[in-house]
Design a protein around this ligand. Structure first.
Ligand code: SF4
Length: 282
């Protein structure tokens, strides 16, 4: 993994995602190495990777200066952090750019949503807790750390995530567990709902995006470690009917389980034939 620096063109990028006016991504690339990652397959990333000859993470030395300037011009109401990168990946320990971004947003009364699967977020509880309009979508799609190690090798352990979610809740920060992608044969909706119901008002599931996930790597990993899941996922790739049936049944299961535990649930199912459009309706 190559770490490099490259100045950004802008800090606040307009978005069609309904919950935010702008997205903020202080890095390009991610060192968590999830096998299903969509972000490392976008065309900008792939072009650079081809030039550099390896996976990379780019930090942006001018990012905070740009943000200070743009925030006073654009006056965003609510922003989303981490739509195409992990804002609490390893490099954040050295750069602390995410913490500085939160500080700037707080000082400008701009609320935010953070997408993460990293326990490092607990460092910033003081800043995130400053506004009741701030919230965190925390990704957990399995409670089995052996699965996590196979599919998300450099990401936080399941134990670290549970501790972080609990800390967010204890600090009165709204936290939503995001079980995405929901991988048939791997993701256990009952276990997730029961684990987090006491701490999260909402649990959200998201189907596997068949166009965007790195199909070869994902299938290889599943074949090696979880043959039953390999068979199920392979079927999704082969059959539109299997995809529809699998996720409709899962959606109904989630709705029933969440209702029994008295929390809200959502299940976002990508249309089988469409490409990822970055328009998840949160
Ligand atoms: S944490 Fe997110 S951006 Fe990073 S590798 Fe995993 S899926 Fe991709």
């Amino acid at each position: 993994m190559l770490y490099r620096e490259q100045n950004a063109q802008r800090a606040l990028s307009p978005t069609s995602i309904t919950i935010a006016d702008y997205v903020i991504n202080p890095f390009v690339g991610c060192d968590f190495n999830c096998v299903y990652c969509y972000a490392r397959l976008n065309s900008t990333y792939l072009k650079k990777k081809e030039k550099l000859g390896e996976d990379f993470v780019e930090s942006k030395p001018n990012f905070l200066a740009l943000l200070e300037k743009e925030i006073s011009e654009k006056r965003p109401r609510h922003v989303l952090l981490g739509s195409t990168t992990e804002v609490y990946q390893h490099i954040e320990e050295r750069t602390t750019v995410t913490r500085s971004i939160l500080d700037i947003l707080n000082k400008n009364n701009t609320s935010y949503t953070i997408l993460t699967k990293s326990h490092r977020i607990v460092r910033d509880l003081d800043l995130i807790g400053a506004s009741p309009d701030n919230e965190v979508y925390f990704t957990v799609n399995t409670l089995d750390d052996a699965v996590r190690q196979a599919l998300e090798p450099a990401a936080s352990s399941i134990h670290e995530r549970k501790v972080a979610i609990s800390a967010l809740h204890a600090n009165k920060i709204r936290v939503i567990v995001h079980a995405g992608p929901y991988i048939p044969g791997i993701t256990d909706p009952r276990a997730l709902v029961y684990e987090f119901a006491a701490m999260c008002p909402l649990i959200e599931f998201e189907s596997l995006n068949l166009k965007m996930a790195d199909r070869t790597t994902l299938l290889e990993k599943l074949k090696e470690h979880y043959p039953h899941a390999y068979n199920e996922v392979q079927l999704l790739y082969k059959s539109k009917e299997a995809y529809g049936d699998t996720y409709r049944i899962a959606e109904q299961q989630v709705t029933d389980i969440a209702a029994k535990r008295g929390i809200e649930s959502r299940f976002f199912i990508y249309p089988y034939d469409s490409y990822y459009t970055n328009q998840i309706q949160y």
